[in-house]
Design a protein around this ligand. Structure first.
Ligand SMILES: [Fe+2]
Ligand SMILES: [Fe+2]
Length: 322
Protein backbone atom coordinates (compact mmCIF):
# COMPACT_ATOMS: atom_id res chain seq x y z
CA UNK A 1 0.00 0.00 0.00
CA UNK A 2 1.40 3.43 -0.97
CA UNK A 3 0.98 6.53 1.13
CA UNK A 4 -0.81 8.35 -1.68
CA UNK A 5 -3.53 5.68 -1.63
CA UNK A 6 -4.29 6.27 2.04
CA UNK A 7 -6.64 8.69 3.79
CA UNK A 8 -5.94 9.89 7.29
CA UNK A 9 -8.53 8.97 9.92
CA UNK A 10 -9.25 10.01 13.45
CA UNK A 11 -9.43 6.96 15.72
CA UNK A 12 -11.13 8.90 18.45
CA UNK A 13 -14.19 8.31 16.32
CA UNK A 14 -13.93 4.57 16.80
CA UNK A 15 -15.60 4.11 20.12
CA UNK A 16 -17.76 0.99 20.22
CA UNK A 17 -15.38 -1.69 21.56
CA UNK A 18 -17.19 -4.76 20.29
CA UNK A 19 -17.53 -3.57 16.70
CA UNK A 20 -15.56 -5.58 14.15
CA UNK A 21 -13.64 -3.65 11.51
CA UNK A 22 -14.37 -4.39 7.88
CA UNK A 23 -11.30 -2.56 6.59
CA UNK A 24 -7.55 -2.38 7.29
CA UNK A 25 -6.01 0.38 9.38
CA UNK A 26 -2.48 1.54 8.62
CA UNK A 27 0.12 3.65 10.31
CA UNK A 28 3.38 4.99 8.84
CA UNK A 29 6.97 4.33 9.84
CA UNK A 30 8.19 7.70 11.14
CA UNK A 31 11.70 7.36 9.60
CA UNK A 32 10.56 7.16 5.97
CA UNK A 33 6.75 7.40 5.94
CA UNK A 34 6.33 3.83 4.71
CA UNK A 35 2.78 2.61 5.39
CA UNK A 36 2.54 -0.32 7.78
CA UNK A 37 -0.52 -2.45 8.36
CA UNK A 38 -1.62 -1.93 11.96
CA UNK A 39 -4.79 -3.99 12.25
CA UNK A 40 -6.53 -5.98 9.58
CA UNK A 41 -10.21 -6.37 8.90
CA UNK A 42 -11.94 -8.72 11.36
CA UNK A 43 -10.16 -7.13 14.34
CA UNK A 44 -12.39 -5.33 16.74
CA UNK A 45 -12.10 -1.84 18.19
CA UNK A 46 -10.97 -3.18 21.58
CA UNK A 47 -7.91 -4.81 19.90
CA UNK A 48 -7.08 -1.59 18.14
CA UNK A 49 -7.33 0.42 21.35
CA UNK A 50 -5.05 -2.08 23.11
CA UNK A 51 -2.40 -1.67 20.41
CA UNK A 52 -2.70 2.10 20.57
CA UNK A 53 -2.26 1.96 24.34
CA UNK A 54 0.93 -0.10 24.05
CA UNK A 55 2.63 1.82 21.26
CA UNK A 56 3.04 5.50 20.72
CA UNK A 57 1.81 5.75 17.17
CA UNK A 58 1.48 8.72 14.90
CA UNK A 59 -1.27 9.17 12.39
CA UNK A 60 -3.58 6.40 11.30
CA UNK A 61 -4.94 5.77 7.82
CA UNK A 62 -7.34 3.68 5.79
CA UNK A 63 -7.07 2.89 2.10
CA UNK A 64 -8.84 5.38 -0.17
CA UNK A 65 -11.05 2.62 -1.50
CA UNK A 66 -12.12 1.80 2.07
CA UNK A 67 -12.91 5.36 3.10
CA UNK A 68 -16.64 5.04 2.43
CA UNK A 69 -16.65 1.82 4.46
CA UNK A 70 -14.86 3.61 7.30
CA UNK A 71 -17.50 6.34 7.29
CA UNK A 72 -20.38 3.85 7.30
CA UNK A 73 -18.64 2.10 10.18
CA UNK A 74 -18.37 5.37 12.07
CA UNK A 75 -22.01 6.18 11.42
CA UNK A 76 -22.97 2.71 12.65
CA UNK A 77 -21.30 3.32 16.01
CA UNK A 78 -22.96 6.68 16.75
CA UNK A 79 -25.86 5.25 18.74
CA UNK A 80 -23.41 3.39 21.01
CA UNK A 81 -21.20 6.46 21.27
CA UNK A 82 -24.07 8.66 22.45
CA UNK A 83 -24.54 6.31 25.41
CA UNK A 84 -20.82 6.02 26.15
CA UNK A 85 -20.02 8.15 29.23
CA UNK A 86 -16.27 8.12 28.45
CA UNK A 87 -16.76 10.22 25.29
CA UNK A 88 -16.97 13.97 25.98
CA UNK A 89 -19.88 16.18 24.96
CA UNK A 90 -17.61 18.09 22.60
CA UNK A 91 -16.37 14.92 20.90
CA UNK A 92 -19.87 13.51 20.53
CA UNK A 93 -21.06 16.77 18.98
CA UNK A 94 -18.14 16.86 16.55
CA UNK A 95 -18.65 13.30 15.40
CA UNK A 96 -22.39 13.76 14.92
CA UNK A 97 -22.00 17.08 13.08
CA UNK A 98 -19.20 15.79 10.84
CA UNK A 99 -21.11 12.63 9.96
CA UNK A 100 -24.31 14.56 9.29
CA UNK A 101 -22.53 16.97 6.94
CA UNK A 102 -20.77 14.16 5.07
CA UNK A 103 -24.07 12.31 4.69
CA UNK A 104 -25.75 15.42 3.29
CA UNK A 105 -22.96 15.84 0.74
CA UNK A 106 -23.67 12.28 -0.43
CA UNK A 107 -27.45 12.82 -0.39
CA UNK A 108 -27.15 15.94 -2.57
CA UNK A 109 -24.78 14.08 -4.85
CA UNK A 110 -27.19 11.19 -5.30
CA UNK A 111 -30.64 11.97 -3.86
CA UNK A 112 -32.18 8.89 -5.45
CA UNK A 113 -29.98 6.48 -3.50
CA UNK A 114 -32.01 4.55 -0.94
CA UNK A 115 -28.83 3.87 1.03
CA UNK A 116 -28.04 7.59 1.35
CA UNK A 117 -31.59 8.29 2.46
CA UNK A 118 -31.38 5.59 5.11
CA UNK A 119 -28.15 7.17 6.38
CA UNK A 120 -29.93 10.54 6.57
CA UNK A 121 -32.75 8.93 8.54
CA UNK A 122 -30.28 7.29 10.95
CA UNK A 123 -28.33 10.47 11.63
CA UNK A 124 -31.52 12.45 12.11
CA UNK A 125 -32.71 9.89 14.69
CA UNK A 126 -29.30 10.01 16.35
CA UNK A 127 -29.39 13.80 16.67
CA UNK A 128 -32.78 13.42 18.37
CA UNK A 129 -31.38 10.69 20.63
CA UNK A 130 -28.40 12.87 21.54
CA UNK A 131 -30.55 15.97 22.12
CA UNK A 132 -32.91 13.97 24.34
CA UNK A 133 -30.03 12.49 26.35
CA UNK A 134 -28.78 15.81 27.74
CA UNK A 135 -29.96 19.41 27.72
CA UNK A 136 -26.61 20.84 26.56
CA UNK A 137 -26.39 18.67 23.42
CA UNK A 138 -28.15 21.07 21.05
CA UNK A 139 -26.16 24.20 22.02
CA UNK A 140 -23.00 22.12 21.75
CA UNK A 141 -23.78 21.00 18.18
CA UNK A 142 -24.95 24.47 17.19
CA UNK A 143 -21.60 25.91 18.25
CA UNK A 144 -19.99 23.81 15.52
CA UNK A 145 -22.46 24.95 12.88
CA UNK A 146 -20.50 26.21 9.92
CA UNK A 147 -21.07 29.93 9.38
CA UNK A 148 -20.19 29.54 5.73
CA UNK A 149 -23.25 28.80 3.72
CA UNK A 150 -23.25 25.45 2.05
CA UNK A 151 -26.53 23.82 1.32
CA UNK A 152 -25.53 20.63 3.14
CA UNK A 153 -24.37 22.27 6.38
CA UNK A 154 -27.41 24.56 6.23
CA UNK A 155 -29.64 21.47 6.09
CA UNK A 156 -27.94 20.00 9.17
CA UNK A 157 -28.22 23.30 11.06
CA UNK A 158 -31.92 23.67 10.25
CA UNK A 159 -32.57 20.16 11.46
CA UNK A 160 -30.68 20.78 14.73
CA UNK A 161 -32.55 24.06 15.36
CA UNK A 162 -35.80 22.25 14.63
CA UNK A 163 -35.05 19.42 17.07
CA UNK A 164 -34.02 21.85 19.83
CA UNK A 165 -37.10 23.98 19.41
CA UNK A 166 -39.39 21.01 19.10
CA UNK A 167 -38.09 19.46 22.32
CA UNK A 168 -38.82 22.76 24.02
CA UNK A 169 -42.24 23.63 22.60
CA UNK A 170 -43.41 20.83 20.30
CA UNK A 171 -46.85 19.51 21.04
CA UNK A 172 -46.94 16.56 18.67
CA UNK A 173 -45.85 12.96 18.91
CA UNK A 174 -42.38 11.41 18.81
CA UNK A 175 -43.21 10.45 15.25
CA UNK A 176 -43.91 14.07 14.29
CA UNK A 177 -40.53 15.00 15.71
CA UNK A 178 -38.66 12.29 13.77
CA UNK A 179 -40.44 12.95 10.50
CA UNK A 180 -40.17 16.72 10.91
CA UNK A 181 -36.44 16.49 11.63
CA UNK A 182 -35.87 14.32 8.58
CA UNK A 183 -37.93 16.76 6.50
CA UNK A 184 -35.69 19.59 7.74
CA UNK A 185 -32.55 17.67 6.88
CA UNK A 186 -33.88 17.27 3.33
CA UNK A 187 -35.85 20.52 3.03
CA UNK A 188 -33.66 21.99 0.26
CA UNK A 189 -32.99 18.71 -1.55
CA UNK A 190 -34.81 20.15 -4.59
CA UNK A 191 -31.78 22.41 -5.07
CA UNK A 192 -29.83 19.34 -6.19
CA UNK A 193 -31.93 19.61 -9.39
CA UNK A 194 -31.15 23.29 -9.99
CA UNK A 195 -28.33 24.52 -12.20
CA UNK A 196 -25.16 25.36 -10.22
CA UNK A 197 -24.82 28.64 -12.12
CA UNK A 198 -28.07 29.86 -10.54
CA UNK A 199 -27.46 28.17 -7.20
CA UNK A 200 -24.01 29.67 -6.65
CA UNK A 201 -24.46 32.94 -8.50
CA UNK A 202 -22.81 35.80 -6.65
CA UNK A 203 -25.08 38.82 -6.50
CA UNK A 204 -28.77 39.14 -7.15
CA UNK A 205 -30.74 36.67 -9.24
CA UNK A 206 -32.72 37.91 -12.26
CA UNK A 207 -36.50 37.49 -12.08
CA UNK A 208 -36.32 34.43 -14.31
CA UNK A 209 -33.56 32.87 -12.23
CA UNK A 210 -35.51 33.57 -9.06
CA UNK A 211 -38.53 31.79 -10.52
CA UNK A 212 -36.35 28.75 -11.24
CA UNK A 213 -34.98 28.88 -7.70
CA UNK A 214 -38.50 29.05 -6.29
CA UNK A 215 -39.18 25.66 -7.86
CA UNK A 216 -36.97 23.85 -5.34
CA UNK A 217 -39.69 22.92 -2.81
CA UNK A 218 -41.76 21.25 -5.54
CA UNK A 219 -38.69 19.62 -7.10
CA UNK A 220 -37.65 18.26 -3.69
CA UNK A 221 -41.16 16.98 -3.03
CA UNK A 222 -41.27 15.20 -6.39
CA UNK A 223 -37.85 13.71 -5.82
CA UNK A 224 -38.75 12.28 -2.41
CA UNK A 225 -42.43 11.55 -2.96
CA UNK A 226 -42.21 7.77 -2.88
CA UNK A 227 -39.52 7.67 -0.18
CA UNK A 228 -40.76 9.78 2.72
CA UNK A 229 -43.76 10.15 5.01
CA UNK A 230 -46.41 12.80 4.46
CA UNK A 231 -45.05 14.89 7.34
CA UNK A 232 -41.49 14.97 5.98
CA UNK A 233 -42.81 15.81 2.51
CA UNK A 234 -44.86 18.69 3.92
CA UNK A 235 -41.72 20.25 5.39
CA UNK A 236 -39.97 19.98 2.01
CA UNK A 237 -42.90 21.32 0.01
CA UNK A 238 -44.06 24.08 2.36
CA UNK A 239 -40.95 25.53 3.99
CA UNK A 240 -41.28 28.77 2.00
CA UNK A 241 -44.93 29.31 2.88
CA UNK A 242 -45.67 32.31 5.12
CA UNK A 243 -48.12 32.79 7.97
CA UNK A 244 -49.80 35.68 6.08
CA UNK A 245 -50.42 33.52 3.00
CA UNK A 246 -47.89 35.32 0.79
CA UNK A 247 -45.35 32.51 0.55
CA UNK A 248 -44.82 29.92 -2.16
CA UNK A 249 -45.61 27.56 -3.86
CA UNK A 250 -49.27 27.59 -2.71
CA UNK A 251 -49.76 30.73 -0.64
CA UNK A 252 -51.12 28.67 2.27
CA UNK A 253 -52.52 30.56 5.28
CA UNK A 254 -51.31 30.19 8.87
CA UNK A 255 -54.08 27.76 9.84
CA UNK A 256 -53.31 25.54 6.85
CA UNK A 257 -49.66 25.11 7.85
CA UNK A 258 -48.74 22.46 10.43
CA UNK A 259 -46.53 23.12 13.47
CA UNK A 260 -43.61 21.18 12.01
CA UNK A 261 -43.49 23.41 8.97
CA UNK A 262 -43.87 26.59 11.04
CA UNK A 263 -40.86 25.65 13.17
CA UNK A 264 -38.86 24.57 10.12
CA UNK A 265 -39.54 27.90 8.41
CA UNK A 266 -38.19 29.91 11.33
CA UNK A 267 -35.09 27.69 11.63
CA UNK A 268 -34.49 27.94 7.88
CA UNK A 269 -34.57 31.74 7.74
CA UNK A 270 -32.56 32.20 10.94
CA UNK A 271 -29.78 29.88 9.78
CA UNK A 272 -29.62 31.54 6.35
CA UNK A 273 -29.41 35.03 7.90
CA UNK A 274 -26.65 34.08 10.33
CA UNK A 275 -24.40 32.45 7.70
CA UNK A 276 -22.08 33.94 5.15
CA UNK A 277 -23.59 33.67 1.67
CA UNK A 278 -22.34 34.60 -1.79
CA UNK A 279 -24.58 37.69 -1.85
CA UNK A 280 -24.81 38.69 1.82
CA UNK A 281 -22.70 38.85 4.95
CA UNK A 282 -23.58 36.83 8.04
CA UNK A 283 -25.66 38.72 10.61
CA UNK A 284 -25.09 38.37 14.33
CA UNK A 285 -27.83 36.40 16.13
CA UNK A 286 -29.26 39.63 17.54
CA UNK A 287 -29.37 41.37 14.16
CA UNK A 288 -30.87 38.30 12.51
CA UNK A 289 -33.69 38.17 15.06
CA UNK A 290 -34.27 41.91 14.75
CA UNK A 291 -34.44 41.55 10.97
CA UNK A 292 -36.91 38.69 11.24
CA UNK A 293 -39.07 40.67 13.64
CA UNK A 294 -39.05 44.01 11.86
CA UNK A 295 -38.38 43.32 8.20
CA UNK A 296 -40.17 40.01 7.83
CA UNK A 297 -43.54 40.91 9.27
CA UNK A 298 -46.14 38.26 8.39
CA UNK A 299 -43.62 35.53 7.61
CA UNK A 300 -43.89 33.59 10.85
CA UNK A 301 -46.51 32.60 13.36
CA UNK A 302 -46.03 35.16 16.12
CA UNK A 303 -46.16 32.73 19.05
CA UNK A 304 -43.62 30.34 17.53
CA UNK A 305 -41.27 33.16 16.67
CA UNK A 306 -41.35 34.41 20.27
CA UNK A 307 -40.66 30.88 21.47
CA UNK A 308 -37.72 30.66 19.10
CA UNK A 309 -36.26 33.87 20.54
CA UNK A 310 -36.56 32.34 24.02
CA UNK A 311 -34.95 29.13 22.78
CA UNK A 312 -31.94 31.05 21.49
CA UNK A 313 -31.82 33.07 24.67
CA UNK A 314 -30.89 29.96 26.57
CA UNK A 315 -34.27 28.93 27.93
CA UNK A 316 -33.45 25.45 26.67
CA UNK A 317 -30.49 25.16 29.01
CA UNK A 318 -32.45 23.08 31.48
CA UNK A 319 -34.23 23.77 34.73
CA UNK A 320 -32.79 26.30 37.23
CA UNK A 321 -29.92 24.89 39.22
CA UNK A 322 -29.25 22.29 36.55
FE1 LIG B 1 -35.53 26.44 0.70
FE1 LIG C 1 -33.21 26.34 3.41
Amino acid sequence: MRLKNLVRINTEYLVADDQVLDFNIYTVRPSDNTPLLLVGEDSNIANLKEILRQKQLGQLFVGKKDYKRFRLFMEGSITAMINDPSVSLQKKSEIIYTCAKDIMVDVFDDPRSGENLQRARNISDNIIRFASSRYDAIPSILKLGSRDYYTFSHCVNVSVFFIGLWLMIGHGTERDLREGALGCLLHDIGKSEIDDRILNKPGKLTDTEFEVMKGHPQLGHNLMQTQLSQRSLEVILQHHERADGRGYPYGLKEDQICDCVKIATIADVYDALTTERSYANARTPFKALLFMKEEMVGHFEHKKFTEFVHFLGGHHHGPPGD
